[in-house]
Design a protein around this ligand. Sequence first.
Ligand SMILES: Cc1cc2nc3c(=O)[nH]c(=O)nc-3n(C[C@H](O)[C@H](O)[C@H](O)COP(=O)(O)O)c2cc1C
Length: 170
Amino acid sequence: MEFLELVKKRRSIRDYRKDPVSDEDIKAVLEAARLAPSWGNRQCWRFVVVKDEVTREKLADKREWIAEAPVVIVACADPGKSGQKADQDYYLLDVGIAMEHIMLAATERGLATCWIGWFDEDMARQAIGAPESIRVVAYTPLGHPAEEKDEVSERLPLEELVYYEKYGQR
Ligand SMILES: Cc1cc2nc3c(=O)[nH]c(=O)nc-3n(C[C@H](O)[C@H](O)[C@H](O)COP(=O)(O)O)c2cc1C
């Protein structure tokens, strides 16, 4: 699939079929994450692939559509392995980039995802058995979509997003 076509096709899907995802597909999306760039190439991320229904339900935390997907990928980071500039922690960027790689690779394979950033981190850490030193940055269900969405949800036009030479200059 042509790159922009793929980018347009990715949508946040909140309705999943229960059909399993093949190990080949899981491996392919994780490989896309593995190849992502990161601060100092330190690869601070770790990914937990969750198929267990009880754990998926914990992570869903009453949002049943998350647990409907046969797989949840939980993206974690060891902040000590990434960098910092002033008050900016780069592990969030590292994991954000890797997650987008996962989501685009999934889309290319006809699979669906949805970034989950709203969750109780202690609950998530406990659900996957991660130590206190590890941040759970995000997770995503991974499965076959049960809903069809148009390409691209609402976005600001480029004229509003882009300045030339100086901030605020159009
Ligand atoms: C950092 C981040 C956190 C998000 N957290 C959630 C979330 O907790 N639950 C949810 O349903 N969607 C979440 N989303 C998905 C956004 O709502 C979605 O990307 C946005 O509405 C644009 O829609 P699209 O992904 O279909 O293009 C999150 C997205 C990002 C980038």
